[in-house]
Design a protein around this ligand. Structure first.
Ligand code: T4K
Length: 420
């Protein structure tokens, strides 16, 4: 009987069609058709049109901040923000930005594109966010900014980081690409530090295809960002700084306006689904979910778990392979950690120790599919598959560790069993 065998051992796959890592939950065309039609008829598609301005106004109000500056994606939003901070200092001795190595490449790339130097710090073992002690070890006279990342939607230890910022006179900003709808002490992410940057990429909780925004309470910074995203042109044709074209299009803003009417509901659903999966899988040994600290509400941009091979019976990569056979597409966000990417390997690391926790988490992390419209049935079936993989861990390990010659008879035996 193969009924209860995992697919990798010849059983039937849990899902007939792939369960992707994300499933963008988008508004129906009908909800934007008239406005989109109007934009297409008038030809007003970009250059800070009416829907972009309306989106900025509504987003700022929903976040509880003075300004939301809409940008074409979060990577460029980060570049513009860092460039603005660099220009503000006018002091070329401050060139370093401290960030976690456990993040998406864009966080570090933006620092380099702004003409600054990334300095990687370690993360906390439970939330995977920037470890303030590691930051303290790295802050010095060349530090311009600290860039926390609210990874997978879990807010950083904002109080600790901002205390360091105040004491050492260093600006604290956040890459909040993952964290729209998350809260810390009841306040929405967006209002912390000097500024926070959101991503509205198709894969995010708030999908707009491409898009990003900088949230800030600093009027001067908001003005500077608006100037930078517009070629540095204050509207006179005489550019005052070398800016970029980083504008958002009207179509994306229309999706954003609709998303704002649904975001609370979507975040609630993600929390419910994550709660269901966490509870179901709590008894499976060797799985340690990202901790959600007290006073924190995460939006569960990602449902991340560290796989301990001793407890589970299989390492992270083997679990990933076994789940793929079930048609469950997980992702190893973020492996490898940035300091081991070719782009950053050998980057000078100042004193302050290694990045041990980062490397441990990165080697064990697996992000499971989670969506704003995931059904209980899908979530439960996903858990069934993980439980089954765990209970056949030995057989799976034997298969995956076998040589091609050894594998042939094993697969033949699976084939026989499949046929029986
Ligand atoms: N900071 C952080 C911490 C970030 O994680 C990111 C981006 C940024 C900054 C920069 O934000 P943006 O400049 O992008 O606004 C993805 C995304 O491209 C990237 O936005 C994201 N983080 C990163 C974590 O993930 P990939 O290469 O892993 O994703 P990809 O393209 O393979 O897509 C994943 C799955 O999503 C696919 O299997 C199918 C599905 N998908 C994808 C797209 C593009 C869709 O269903 N629809 C789509 O349109 O990078």
């Amino acid at each position: 009987m193969t009924k209860n065998l995992p697919a990798i051992l010849g059983g039937r796959a849990q899902f007939d069609r792939p369960l992707g890592i994300v499933r963008p939950c988008l508004p129906p065309l009908a909800s934007i058709r008239d406005r989109l039609d109007g934009a297409l008829r008038t030809g007003q598609l970009t250059n800070n049109g009416q829907y972009v301005r309306e989106f900025e106004r509504q987003l700022a109000s929903w976040l509880g901040v003075r300004h939301a500056v809409a940008v074409c994606n979060a990577t460029l939003a980060l570049v513009l923000l860092l460039r603005a901070l660099r220009d503000e200092w006018r002091d070329d001795t401050r060139r370093d930005v401290i960030l976690p190595s456990f993040t998406f490449s864009a966080t570090a790339h933006a620092i380099v594109w702004a003409g600054l130097r990334p300095v990687f710090a370690d993360v906390l073992p439970d939330t995977y966010t920037l470890d303030s002690r590691s930051v303290l070890e790295r802050v010095d006279d060349s530090t311009l900014a600290i860039m926390g990342v609210h990874v997978f939607g879990h807010p950083c230890e904002v109080e600790e980081l901002e205390m360091i910022g105040r004491r050492r006179r260093v600006t604290v900003v956040y890459d909040a690409a993952h964290a729209i709808g998350s809260r810390y002490r009841g306040s929405r992410v967006g209002c912390f530090g000097a500024a926070e940057v959101f991503s509205f990429h198709a894969t995010k909780v708030f999908p707009m295809g491409e898009g990003g925004a900088v949230a800030t309470n600093d009027d001067g910074l908001a003005d500077k960002l608006r100037l930078l995203r517009e070629f540095g042109d204050p509207g006179t044709g005489n550019t005052s700084v070398p800016g970029l074209n980083a504008r958002m299009q009207e179509f994306n803003a229309l999706l954003g306006l609709e998303n704002l009417t649904r975001i609370n509901e979507h975040v609630e659903r993600r929390r419910a689904v994550a709660g269901l999966m966490r509870e179901r899988l709590a008894s499976v040994p060797g799985l340690r979910f990202q901790t959600v600290r007290p006073l924190v509400e995460t939006n569960y941009q990602n449902l991340a778990v560290c796989v301990d091979s001793t407890g589970f019976g299989l390492g992270r990569d083997d679990v990933d392979a076994a789940l793929r056979a079930e048609n469950i597409m997980c992702r190893k966000y973020f492996w490898p950690p940035l300091h081991l990417h070719d782009a950053y390997r050998g980057a000078p690391q100042p004193a302050g120790g290694d990045l041990k926790v980062t490397e441990e988490i990165s080697a064990a992390i697996l992000c499971l599919p989670i969506y704003s419209d995931m059904t209980d049935r899908e979530a439960s079936a996903l858990c069934d598959a993980i439980e089954r993989v765990h209970s056949h861990a030995r057989g799976i390990q034997a298969l995956l560790q076998s040589t091609p010659e050894e594998r042939e008879p094993m697969e033949a035996s699976i084939g026989r069993r499949t046929a029986s």
